[in-house]
Structures are given as C-alpha cells and as structure tokens.
Design a protein. Structure first.
Length: 480
C-alpha cells in the first residue's frame, strides 16, 4: 500500500513541478524582489533610473519582454510604466487581476499567507518524495536478506567487504602478533612444569612492555574499530529503524502511522541513540588505550546473534523470539563444545569463526560472524599451565580443570592452539557475569548467506549506556 501511495506522491510532485514552470502566459503575476533593484524607464540597463525597489518587496509584473540576452518585466511604478530585470525577481503566482499597494519605496507584500500556498505545497511534496525515496532504498536493501545464497549479487558484497577490510584486518593481525610474538613457540607442551611458573611471570611482564611500546598501533586500531566501523554500522541499524521500522507501534505496516511517527523515530533513533553510540565509541577508544582490547570473531547463527547483541528495550516485542539470554554471550556448557574450558569462544581469524557458523548453515539457519572488541584481561596459554591441566583441553578432557586453574591464578582468558591448527580463545565465565557488552563489545555482524553486513532490528545494545551494563560494573546499584 505504501508503495502505490508513494508512486502517486511522485506523480503529484512531477505535476506540481511542471505547474511551477514560468511561461509568458503566466503574467500578469505576483513576484518578489530578491535584491535591491532599480526601476528603469525602458527595458535596458542603460535606460534612466526612475526609482528603486527594496529586497523583499512584492510587485506585480504585467508582462515580460526580452532585450538581448536579458529578460525585463513591466511594472506600474508610481503610476508610470517601468521595467525591472527579471533575473532579480522571483515568480510567486499568477494573477487574474492586478492589484497592489504602492508607497515611496515601491510595492510591499500585503497578501495573506495562503497566496503562496501552492509554492509551499510543492516544497512539502518534494520533501515527502525525498523521504519516500530513502524509505524505498532502505526497503530494497533490507530485502536483500531474502536473496538465495547462490545469487551472484550478494557475492559482490562479500568481495567488497574483504577488499575494504583487508588492510584493517591485517593491522589487527599485526597487533595480535606484536603483543605476544613468542606465541607460536608454545603451540605444544614442551616446557617442564618446574620452569612454567617463572616463564609465565617473565612473559607476562614482557607482554606489558610490548603493549606500551605498540600504543600508537593499538590506538589506531581502536579508532578504526570503535569509532569508524562501530559508528557506521551502529548508525546504519538506527537509520533502518527510522525508515523501515520493525515495530507496528512505531509505524511498521501502516502508511499513516509511518508518516505520523517519522519525527519521533528520528528523535529516538538518530538524535538520542545515535548520539549515545558516538559518545560511547569515543569513551571506549580512550579506555582501550589503558585496558587493552583486541578485535576477535565469534561464529554463530543469526537467531542467536540477534538475541545476543540487540537492545531488548527499544522494541519490546522482540524480547521473546529466542530462549537465548538477551544482551549476553552465553558461556558454553556442553562437553562437546567446551574443549578449551567453559566460557565464550573467539577466533583471531575469520576462517575459524566461519567454521563455527557453518554448523548453523548445515542446520538450515543463517550463518553469521560477530566481530567484537574484546577486553581479554590476563591470558594464559595452556601450554604454560601444568601438563595435567593442559591435557584436559580437547576432546574427552575434564574441561572444568581449565577454568579452575584460570580462576585460581587470576586469568580471565584461555589461549589454545586447537587440533585444527588455529588459535582459539575462551573467555572464562562460570555464571555469565563478565560477558555483558562492557567486556565483549560487538562491532558488526557479517551474514555469510547474503554476504553483507547484517541489519539488527531495533539496533545493537549499547556498550556502556545500558542498565544491565552499568549495574554489572558497579555504577548503578543492583544484583550482580
């Protein structure tokens, strides 16, 4: 229905603009002077000057005449026929009868507001047409989600994503390498248990030194991911809610409500939530300088992804679409998927993350990858833990031993070179206390089926300006 009404709106706009074309037959007409303007005795700039009109004066032009490349309009000035240059006169409306009031300075506007109603109507129609055009664009983009994965169109998005993200991705890889360049020496358990405690202390001190040394690189990556990418993708979701709302109470499915609530959506999503998104991006960029974070990838399916990162308070009808705990990355509990301990799993490369999401594709669900800024805290490479603990990683091990060792020694993240020859990270979490967005902050979601950034209905939950987050870090009082 909105589509057909929109086409009618565009048709009316074209008709109004066509009606707005000024022709010689439209005179006599009411016009407005756009600058201080001379009135001359003849249609020529060399003719004698009879007087002067002020900017904003409303005059009646009886007819126009061309003189060379200039157009001149005939006016009644102090009971005499004078001429003004039409390039400095704005056409308002045609008149059947000529009536005007004169004074010593020229003609003043004595008409009511409604004399210019048609001119106002054209601008209103133009504004509505622009808004509708933007709405149709976002609706078209949103419909790409329904394209079959074999279509060639989404593949272009995927290629563009890899082209533009290539240098950013490798700068993140460079940071990941420089903070722990000895990582690849500890893929296997070859150090004796006697040496491991000392080695852990020495390497941790060296890591702190390297973190300080590469601060310019860390700051650059923080700006790119926190401000540039997060703001763009966050505002992308908010703009979608303005033009294609998902909540019927905010205009979805009704042209009347869509138009009526449009200003409200602009204020709510762009002015309010958009401002908070920018503010928290800047704040967390500063925090990342002192509390190091890395960009890691989490593979899952779209349903779980939306439940994890969306904001449940902006569109409350979305709250019960999944059994997943909204706003939180749930810690793994199954022995079959907790090989590196109980917690939330991330990869430093997209290939491993896509491998996890491929399991969703095999089950008929949309496979997605969530790119996140993760404050990892203290990281333990399992090969530097006692051999009895290291042997619990992988299939068939007692994975709780990994968490117990981590908690006992103050580690918050486990690092493991898995049997598929990829580095895997487990953020230890027994009770889902630490996995609110202040520690795991989603940046964007890539849908592998459509090959483009995934729109999150209702918008992504704020990293900082959220009641659960503020309570969790102790700013607000509440049960943790």
């Amino acid at each position: 229905m909105i589509f057909y009404r929109g086409r009618l709106l565009l048709l009316l706009l074209l008709l109004s603009l066509a009606c707005g074309t000024v022709r010689a037959s439209d005179y006599p007409a009411r016009c407005r002077v756009t600058t201080n303007l001379n009135v001359r005795s003849k249609p020529s700039k060399d003719a004698s000057r009879w007087g002067r009109l002020s900017k904003g004066d409303t005059i009646t032009v009886e007819y126009t005449t061309a003189k060379g490349t200039d157009s001149w309009g005939a006016v009644n000035f102090k009971n005499k026929r004078g001429y003004v240059a039409m390039r400095y006169v704005q056409y308002l409306s045609s008149l059947d009868t000529v009536s005007s009031t004169t004074n010593h300075s020229g003609y003043r506007d004595t008409t009511s507001f409604f004399d210019n109603s048609w001119n106002w109507a054209r601008w209103v129609l133009l504004g509505l047409a622009i808004v509708f055009g933007i709405y149709r664009f976002f609706k078209w983009v949103d419909n790409i989600d329904n394209i079959n994965a074999e279509s060639s169109y989404p593949k272009h998005f995927l290629r563009l994503y890899y082209v533009f993200s290539f240098p950013i991705y490798w700068l993140n890889q460079l940071e990941h390498f420089l903070v722990e360049p000895w990582r690849y020496l500890f893929r296997k358990d070859w150090v004796s248990d006697k040496m491991k405690p000392t080695l852990r202390v020495v390497l941790e001190v060296l890591s702190v030194v390297l973190y300080i040394a590469i601060t310019p690189l860390r700051l650059f990556n923080a700006v790119i991911y926190n401000i540039l990418i997060h703001c763009v993708t966050g505002l992308y979701d908010l703009i979608f809610e303005v033009f294609t709302p998902c909540d019927s109470r905010e205009g979805a499915g009704s042209a009347g409500r869509w138009i009526l609530l449009f200003p409200w959506r602009v204020l709510k999503y762009l002015a309010f939530h958009g401002t908070l998104t920018v503010i928290e991006s800047v704040l967390w960029t500063a925090v990342d300088v002192f509390i190091p974070a890395r960009t890691l990838y989490h593979g899952t399916d779209l349903k779980a992804c939306e439940a994890i990162i969306r904001d449940p308070y902006r569109n409350k009808h979305l709250k019960k679409t999944s059994d997943w705990t909204t706003g939180t990355f749930l810690a793994s509990t199954s022995p079959n998927c907790s090989w590196a301990g109980r917690g939330v799993y991330f990869a430093i490369n997209r290939k491993l993350a896509s491998g996890y999401s491929d399991r969703a594709g095999e089950c008929g669900r949309d496979p997605v990858m969530i790119a996140c800024r993760v404050s990892m805290g203290r990281v333990i490479n399992y090969t530097l833990s006692p051999s009895r603990v290291y042997r619990q990683a992988g299939y068939g091990g007692n994975h709780n031993e990994l968490n117990i060792f981590g908690d006992k020694h103050g580690y918050t993240t486990g690092e493991w070179y898995n049997n598929r020859h990829h580095w895997e990270y487990c953020l230890f979490d027994w009770q889902n206390r630490y996995n609110h967005p202040w520690r795991i902050r989603p940046i964007y979601v890539l849908n592998f089926r459509t090959g483009r950034a995934q729109h999150i209905k209702g918008g992504v939950q704020h990293w900082l300006f959220d009641k659960a987050v503020l309570t969790d870090i102790g700013i607000l009082r509440g049960k943790k």
